[in-house]
Design a binder for this molecule. Structure first.
Ligand code: AMP
Length: 459
């Protein structure tokens, strides 16, 4: 199927060509015609499927007829985090480049004055996090009576973050005669209840959870005996793989901080990303990671959720995620757009319950990664820089992977390789000391992200 066949106008088709897309993704193929018809839609899909264009393209088409009035936005997109809201706004700018629609972001960290000025001029599309929207509504700065289209994105993440009461409150404030689209990677009963209470006979479409990512990702399980071994194994895996760039996932903020520190101390070009960091640090960290100035991002699930970073070679799970869904989200960071990727999960015997849940969800056993040098490494931590090994899986396709074998043309990133992209060659240079800028974070599983001021708001 082509974009032309979906019933989009010339201006949008030009913008799509400009974005470099040649054909719609499965979710776009299914969602766009229904949304163009004005129907409610429930999309079971995760990030990486192209769902953002799936709802923004028809929204632009529908909103093109008509104009916004002061303080009365015509459509609303709810996102769980400020980063995701900003990402959707950037998508909107790409797809809507040939239209004169106005858009505002209502997220923490952007000055109220700026936001109010935009709202006063009238916006066609309002992209918001639930808390900030309610805040502005209660201050009487925004009226929701003209909302014709509502999109609730990442509903399951909203649930994880405790935002569902806010989302429900917002839904109650909107006119009942509207079009609603909701996207969620999973369908827990609280989300199902919302769809039943606030949507009208939604068309349900489903894109297989994670299976497309899983096919191009070689997954390995590395069993260790405790936290110390986790740390040395992670360091070893990073240094003895051909890692171009990677996210190291930790379950807790405390571990994000300590793993980042340990890796940096060991000369790895790493940086932490979690919700306690000031927004300016998070934004620059992400930019530097995207630009390849940082190779390893140590992050929590929420911090990394939905981040659209193409071409990531590896994902390392320093901790086994306690929700099987998160495993799929995590490994989906690599192997995108048909590229090959590697996901290593470091586990202890205590994690077996979670591993079983993950294997049940993905319908496969995660292959154990055996390498004599790993155990050797565990015993001889002090001597690890002299190890000379290639991981066998780097040169051999895994049983459950369709990928072609990786050639040896990639730069080897072993510790003794002076040209390593991962080694932090500027050890003597002053490193930005994120720790100083961090609040003394508690050790809860991370919820929420801080403020994000995307470039286009500063223009
Ligand atoms: P999303 O799931 O919306 O976060 O999109 C994931 C990535 O897919 C983004 O980088 C989009 O730019 C990209 N994308 C969306 N639609 C298409 C398409 N039809 N063809 C190629 N890439 C796409």
């Amino acid at each position: 199927m082509t974009f032309e066949e979906l019933g989009l106008s010339r201006d949008l088709l030009d913008a799509i060509v400009n974005a470099g897309y040649t054909e719609p993704t499965p979710i776009q193929e299914q969602a766009i015609p229904h949304l163009l018809m004005g129907r409610d839609l429930l999309g079971i899909a995760q990030t990486g499927t192209g769902k953002t264009a799936g709802f923004t393209l028809p929204m632009i088409e529908i909103l093109n007829a008509g104009r916004a009035r002061a303080r009365m936005p015509r459509s609303l997109i709810l996102e769980p985090t400020r980063e995701l809201a900003a990402q959707v706004a950037e998508n909107f700018n790409v797809y809507g480049k040939n239209h004169k629609l106005s858009m505002a972001l209502l997220i923490g960290g952007v000055s109220f004055i700026e936001q109010n000025e935009k709202l006063n001029r009238g916006v066609d599309v309002l992209i918001a996090t639930p808390g900030r929207l309610i805040d502005q509504f209660e201050r009487g700065r925004i009226l929701l009576a003209d909302i014709k289209i509502l999109v609730v994105d990442e509903a399951d993440r909203m649930l994880d973050m405790g935002f569902i009461p806010d989302v429900e409150k917002i839904m109650k404030l909107l006119p009942p005669l509207r079009q609603t689209a909701m996207f969620s990677a999973t369908m827990p009963k609280e989300i199902k209840r919302l769809t039943e209470s606030y949507m009208m006979d939604p068309k349900k479409i489903e894109v297989a959870p994670g299976s497309s990512a899983a096919e191009t990702v070689t997954q390995k399980l590395v069993m260790v005996n405790g936290v110390k071994e986790k740390q040395s194994t992670l360091e070893y895996l990073i240094k003895h793989n051909t890692v171009k760039n990677a996210i190291v996932f930790c379950n807790r903020k405390r571990d994000v901080k300590s793993v980042d520190q340990i890796l940096r101390r060991k000369g790895v070009n790493a940086r932490a990303l979690h919700g306690d960091l000031p927004q300016s640090v998070r934004t620059s960290t992400l930019n530097e990671f995207r630009e390849g100035k940082i190779n390893i991002l140590v992050a929590s699930d929420v911090a990394a959720r939905g981040l659209d970073i193409d071409d990531m070679s590896h994902v390392f799970n320093f901790d086994v995620p306690t929700h099987a869904d998160d495993y799929i989200h995590r490994i989906g960071r690599t192997g995108r757009a048909g590229r090959t990727g590697y996901a290593y999960t470091i586990a202890t015997a205590d994690d077996s319950k979670y591993i079983k849940q993950i294997e049940k969800l993905i319908g496969n056993k995660i292959e154990n990664f055996e390498d004599k040098n790993i155990s050797k490494n565990k015993k001889e931590e002090t001597n690890k820089n002299t190890l000379e090994t290639n991981f066998p899986d780097q040169n051999k396709p895994s049983k459950n992977s369709k990928r072609k074998p990786q050639t040896n043309t990639n730069v080897s990133l072993e510790t003794n390789n002076k040209g390593s992209q991962l080694n932090n060659n500027s050890k003597n240079k002053k490193q930005p000391n994120n720790e100083k800028q961090q609040n003394e974070g508690n050790d809860n599983l991370e919820i929420g992200m801080g403020d994000h001021i995307p470039d286009f708001l500063n223009r």
